[in-house]
Design a protein around this ligand. Structure first.
Ligand SMILES: CC(C)(COP(=O)(O)OP(=O)(O)OC[C@H]1O[C@@H](n2cnc3c(N)ncnc32)[C@H](O)[C@@H]1OP(=O)(O)O)[C@@H](O)C(=O)NCCC(=O)NCCS
Length: 169
């Protein structure tokens, strides 16, 4: 049977409501849980609390239908900023949310006259590297053996790749 779609066809999929919100200490437990569920090397609750408590830092949550599904934290300094961490919940990956967190951060940094974004990523973190390259970040240097592979293999080291993105001309 041939399906004819007319302009009267009803949309059955509801639009997904997404929003950004500044991170406060009240949300640290949700962010810590998100970290544990999404990252191979999650930040601890203490690391997150210290980072969010620093008044110089800028952090945003991404909410989908009121549920925290992603976050980003950056440290501005003069006319540049460093992304300290970023994660998207495992069930929401590859839907553009990681990119939208970086876009949202960039938009707010530009308002502060910040021109360049830096970050550091483990060489083996292919998803994150692919995300950054897709947004136009370029590799500018390598920190040899900067990271410990993981807590079970303390002697195994991994390089850190430093990347840069110009966010205003
Ligand atoms: C890295 C991370 C934030 C990406 O978030 P995401 O919401 O899945 O990213 P996006 O959907 O915006 O991806 C945008 C593009 O990046 C690239 N990309 C992202 N994840 C990828 C993957 N696993 N493999 C290959 N390319 C990938 C693709 O080009 C993708 O576009 P496409 O889906 O149209 O092909 C997420 O994987 C994550 O939370 N990882 C664990 C925490 C982490 O490593 N943080 C970074 C610390 S430096």
């Amino acid at each position: 049977m041939k399906l004819v779609i007319t302009t009267k066809t009803k949309l059955t999929t509801k639009p997904i409501s997404t929003s950004f919100k500044k991170i406060t200490l009240d949300e640290i437990e949700s962010v810590a849980q998100l970290e544990r569920e999404s990252s191979k090397n999650p930040w601890s609750k203490k690391q997150l609390s210290e980072s969010v408590s620093n008044p110089n830092n800028l952090g945003y949550l991404l909410l989908v239908q009121s549920k925290v599904i992603g976050y980003i934290i950056a440290m501005p300094s003069l006319d540049s900023a460093d992304i300290l961490n970023l994660a998207v919940h495992k069930d929401f990956k590859r839907k553009g949310y990681g990119s939208s967190l970086i876009d949202h951060l960039s938009m707010n940094l530009k308002k502060r006259d910040i021109k360049t974004l830096f970050l550091e990523v483990r060489k083996g973190n292919f998803a994150a590297s692919a995300l950054y390259l897709s947004l136009g970040f370029e590799e500018i240097s390598i920190r040899k053996n900067y990271y410990t592979k993981n807590s079970n293999q303390l002697s195994l080291k991994e390089d850190g790749i430093i990347m840069r993105l110009k966010i205003s001309t």
